[in-house]
Design a protein around this ligand. Structure first.
Ligand code: HEM
Length: 494
């Protein structure tokens, strides 16, 4: 069996992100008529990851677990997907608590995806400038019998800047398309930005050198005719191969709330206001890092992107340049399997045995190569310039992020990053603080106050910003399966 990746079987979002298609809207659908829905999906022209001329519009299609049921996929097949996908994002209070979806973020208050308000199918439309409206109207006219439209999730092209005003989409893992990383479990001594293909696509080895669990079927009927065989189990048809799990969360941002709070903390000093905001994100507003490039090149960071992404936190253990609790440091601590600067056998042994206090807290943060996510989100709503956000007279606007990320293992990747690193109030041993941008600031049983952000300073006590309000609310979300193209055909024909 060929080990080459068939790009024409992978939906293009994973590889391209459709940056040139600056317009986009995502339809949340429920199946109204099963036969018509299957017929529409069987013919849907989804864009693939194969290179070719840019089409004016592109569709991507994904399903929730209730969606697979509504389409008539046998229960035994649906239940063999990952348990987090089967359970869903907005249905379980324990999951909600772990992910920080409590208080204002509680799925009970969501505009979509909470409780029974589950979409079945997600159709994502991406379009070149000026082409989106006609594309959406055309879609609606063709699926009127098949689907009930729950809502369109709009997006806005803000020119690569998220609503608070920071350049977004700067750092992404580089995918090992050619499978250069050996498929075996081994210690990684240095941070690398290159991730095994199996971290993002099912059916390939992951960072443990293993194949992530996925539905493997008896190769009979449509499964035999349409699906590839599993690389690790050639007797079975691989329904997961070339597919990904996708997290979609609508995150509403309070832009005036963010800037007015920082302005008050900075006592109106514009430079200080900016400094605190950049410390919270961990980058300058123009996307530049707060640290210089690392002395050695980082695998998976191209020469052109070294200035923006060729850094680690190894030489900033105390967070003097980039606070340990900054958003990008929580979301990607840029560490390896062993504590930073672990070279030489003796030094390695000392650090592993815990005799080197300086690196102890670095050791407490799990190795990032098992917890990467590929972000593919888009902004929505109205952009509010800083001056307007600061003006007392301006009313809040509806804006935020249609946060999207792709991964092969929802629990180990998205849920770990969101739950332990972003919502968690003990990241890297920091007490009483969640993510400065995303934290829900709710009291926990052993933590009455989680509304802090610590900015360490050399030679004097840290500056601690207290009383942070929540700047971001979760207002919708769901887990989807973004199938490979052959798997999509199977799901609507089985
Ligand atoms: C409204 C919500 C959010 C805002 C405003 C926001 C903002 C940002 C900004 C400005 C950056 C730096 C630029 C870049 O590297 O692209 C960034 C990076 C990042 N964010 Fe977020 N983010 C949000 C939600 C999330 C969520 C929910 C997650 C994951 C669960 C996440 C994970 C990441 C990751 C992994 C990075 C890259 C870190 C790195 O590799 O250096 N973000 N975010």
């Amino acid at each position: 069996m060929s080990k080459d990746l068939d790009f024409s079987d992978v939906q293009g979002l994973l590889r391209f992100g459709y940056k040139h298609h600056t317009e986009g809207a995502f339809a949340l659908l429920r199946v109204r008529n099963r036969a018509a829905a299957r017929a529409w999906l069987a013919k849907a022209q989804v864009g693939t990851a194969a290179k070719g001329p840019l089409p004016p519009t592109v569709l991507q299609v994904a399903f929730t677990a209730p969606g697979l049921q509504a389409l008539g996929v046998p229960d035994g097949v649906t239940s063999s997907f990952a348990p987090e996908f089967v359970a869903g994002l907005g249905t379980d209070p324990n999951r909600a608590r772990r992910l920080g979806d409590v208080g204002n973020n509680d799925p009970a208050h969501w505009q979509w995806g909470g409780g029974d308000a589950q979409p079945h199918v997600l159709v994502m439309a991406y379009a070149m400038p000026g082409r989106l409206d006609a594309c959406c109207r055309d879609l609606e006219s063709h699926w009127a019998v098949a689907f009930e439209l729950m809502r369109w999730l709009p997006t806005t092209d803000m020119g690569g800047v998220e609503p608070f005003g920071f350049t977004d989409g700067v750092s992404q893992p580089e995918i090992d398309w050619e499978r250069r990383i050996p498929a075996e479990d081994h210690d990684s001594l240095a941070y690398r930005n290159l991730s095994c293909l199996g971290e993002f696509l099912l059916g390939y080895p992951n960072e443990y050198g293993r194949y992530t669990a996925r539905p493997l079927l008896e190769p009979v009927g449509a499964a035999a005719a349409l699906l590839p065989r599993a690389e690790d189990d050639p007797e079975r048809a691989d329904l997961g191969r070339n597919g990904s799990y996708m997290v979609l969360r609508t995150l509403r941002q309070d832009v005036p709330g963010f800037w007015r709070f920082l302005d008050a903390k900075a006592r109106g000093d514009a430079i200080e206001r900016q400094r605190i905001a950049e410390a919270m994100v961990g980058r300058r507003t123009d996307g530049q890092p707060l640290l210089p490039p690392a002395p050695m090149p980082i695998e998976g960071v191209s020469r052109e992107s070294t200035a923006r992404n060729g850094f680690t936190f190894d030489d900033d253990a105390a967070g003097l340049r980039c606070p340990v609790g900054a958003h990008i440091r929580r979301a990607n601590p840029r560490n390896a399997d062993l504590p930073a600067n672990t070279d030489g056998l003796v030094s390695r042994a000392r650090r592993i045995l815990g005799f080197d206090g300086a690196v102890l807290h670095a050791d407490a943060v799990a190795s990032v190569r098992f917890h990467r996510v590929l972000r593919r989100g888009r902004e929505y709503g109205q952009r509010m310039p800083l001056g307007e956000a600061l003006a007392r007279s301006s009313a809040p606007v509806e804006t935020g992020l249609q946060f999207i990320c792709l991964c092969a293992d929802l629990a180990r990747q998205f849920e770990f990053v969101q739950g332990a690193w972003i919502a968690g109030t003990k990241f890297a041993g920091l007490p009483h603080e969640g993510d400065p941008l995303l934290g829900n600031r709710r009291a926990a049983p052993d933590e009455p106050d989680t509304a802090r952000f610590t900015m360490p300073r050399a030679g004097c006590p840290s500056r601690v910003i207290e009383g942070l309000p929540a700047f971001v609310d979760v207002v919708g979300g769901a887990y989807f399966f973004l199938p490979g193209v052959r798997a999509l055909r199977y799901l609507v024909s089985s």
